[in-house]
Design a protein around this ligand. Sequence first.
Ligand code: PMP
Length: 351
Amino acid sequence: MSRFWSELVGALTPYTPGEQPLIEQLVKLNTNENPYPPSPAVLDAIRGQTGASLRLYPDPEASSLKAAIATVFGLDAASVFVGNGSDEVLAHTFCALLKHERPILFPDVTYSFYPVYCGLYGVAYRNVPLDETLSINPENYAADNGGIIFPNPNAPTGRLLPLAAVRRILDLNPDSVVVVDEAYIDFGGESAAKLVPDYPNLLVIQTLSKSRSLAGLRVGFALGQPHLIEGLERVKNSFNSYPLGRLAIAGAVAAIEDEAYFERIRRAVIASRELLIAGLASLGFEVLPSAANFVFARHPERRGGELAAALRARRVLVRHFRLPRIEDYLRITVGTDEQCDTLLQALAAIL
Ligand code: PMP
């Protein structure tokens, strides 16, 4: 028993999610949620589900959601995969498409779930260092590899890779699956989704958790040519038959279809981000340019951990990473203007 535990279970290094406190009256800027509620159409659609419909299993293909997503991106429904949040879509991607004898590549500073999935599925990997500006350099992705994955914008840096650079990585790696994790793309980037028809090796992953304010509903999706989507479907069908429940499918379709609301809150977050960056800079912070709904910043004279603890004492939560190269940085989610202001005032008092 103890040998089994230490050799199998004990060898897994699970992901540590950001804190989700139950306490009200906190300014919660630590896990990149959207400060605005989802479209009212989402709640209407969820309420529209009846007891009679919930009695029945959901559509195993979530066809209505795939169709809605396909329409937005001008793709065929066979190019769409849906799952329980993009974390699940990523898990299936590591299992189906990145499992390979040669190591896969991802940046040394990136979404910390990637090495966790590698550990879970036995995928070998190699970290590719970001350059001195903490940016991804496409030319560093030319080495022989079993696949490539990176977020765009990258997390936790917020730095965007222009579409031409994404294309360069694809061109350098015609024989590898290249996965672009676009969890934050709607806050200032150009999606690689439009490259899907041209690149049989491209998989784009997005989520409704950030720009559609639905982190609590758990819906993510992948876009790629049908042979890649087929690989994901096979893994999914090996785990469960019904990836999304009826409430999630109904709510997600309504969120996808309410383009006007999406545009409005997306623009509001981008505007608040610019105010937040200016405010942090005026307090002496070095702030990386951000195309996401968070900013990555450090103060030249104060340690990140110390600032995060002092903010917490003032009921403001931000995320501090204890990783080499970025240990002095704070990752701060863009809140409403009011929340950003509370954070800036707390920092002014601390500094
Ligand atoms: N990718 C990146 C880069 C993220 O930061 C996150 C959020 N933690 C996710 C994927 C997963 O988001 P979700 O599962 O809520 O779709």
